[in-house]
Design a protein around this ligand. Structure first.
Ligand code: PEP
Length: 265
């Protein structure tokens, strides 16, 4: 089992042009939920970079619960995202939904993101296993830890061992106050079972901006090696998921606290 610590006892450290992910490094991935315009993603990138992020996130292909909701700007969004990341000297991470888009997304991104809804899309995982580029694999909202590790194995089996595992909250019996339940316990468990970097997304777990910071700090205390965080300068008018977006100032405050918690453990 390639993802197992028995196979590979040392932490895997993934190097991209502007970032190092895993081991003792701590990495911030942040940006808007979706790419809204070239100007907006550039401005959001500048803000998160000032706060310490090296990876600019943003979706051009959005997996929406309703087919009538905004589905993302597609290649136009990828272009704007790439241009912003290049102008700022950041890495780009963006979600891929469909095997048919692998080559298209590959032309623009530095890091692929597989979302919670596609964690067991084995055709997609196999296709990404053929690439030699990092993949952020988000835990399925109803997936067990072993399901997540087996999904990672599909990518590793193809020869791509640049995998970043992400806890983003799971479905539990109580989703009245938060969107999902951040499974903090999964973080140290994953760290003990696998050598791949483990990162947390408190934004999708919380679903509500005021709970993002405490959950993110808990994830770091539990051993997360990075955070993915959604930000927006005008959350009320964000195209997608404004309720969970931090403002740039809130993100900057979170990043300062995150560094302190990280130093303390
Ligand atoms: C996202 O990060 O944009 C996203 C859709 O996340 P998730 O797959 O965790 O819902």
């Amino acid at each position: 089992i390639k993802s197992s610590r028995d196979f590979h006892p040392e932490d895997t450290i993934i190097k991209t042009q502007h970032s190092s992910i895993g081991g003792d490094d701590f990495t911030f991935m942040a940006g808007p939920d979706s790419i809204e315009s070239p100007e907006h993603v550039l401005e959001m990138g500048r803000d998160v970079q000032l706060a310490g992020a090296t990876i600019l996130r943003g979706g051009a292909f959005k997996p929406r619960t309703s087919p009538y909701s905004f589905q993302g700007n597609g290649e136009v969004g990828l272009k704007a995202h790439r241009a912003a990341a290049a102008a700022l000297g950041m890495d780009m991470v963006t979600e891929i939904l469909d095997t048919r888009d692998v080559d298209l997304v590959d032309r623009y991104t530095d890091i692929f993101q597989v979302g919670t809804r596609n964690m067991q899309n084995f055709a997609l995982l196999k296709a990404l296993g053929q690439k030699r580029k990092p993949v952020v694999l988000k835990r399925g909202m109803s997936a067990t830890i072993d399901d997540l590790l087996n999904a990672a194995e599909y990518i590793a089996a193809g020869g791509n061992d640049q995998i970043i595992l992400m806890e983003r909250g799971i479905r539990t019996y109580d989703n009245k106050y938060t969107r999902n339940t951040l499974d903090v316990s999964a973080i140290p468990v994953l760290r003990s079972l696998t050598h791949y970097p483990v990162i947390a997304d408190a934004s999708h777990a919380a679903g509500v901006s005021k709970f993002v910071e405490p959950l993110a700090l808990a994830a770091i205390a539990a051993g997360a090696q990075g955070l993915m965080t959604e930000i927006h300068d005008d959350p009320a008018h964000a195209f997608v998921d404004g309720a969970q977006a931090l403002t740039p100032a809130q993100f900057s405050q979170l990043a300062d606290k995150a560094r302190k918690v990280r130093e303390a453990i």
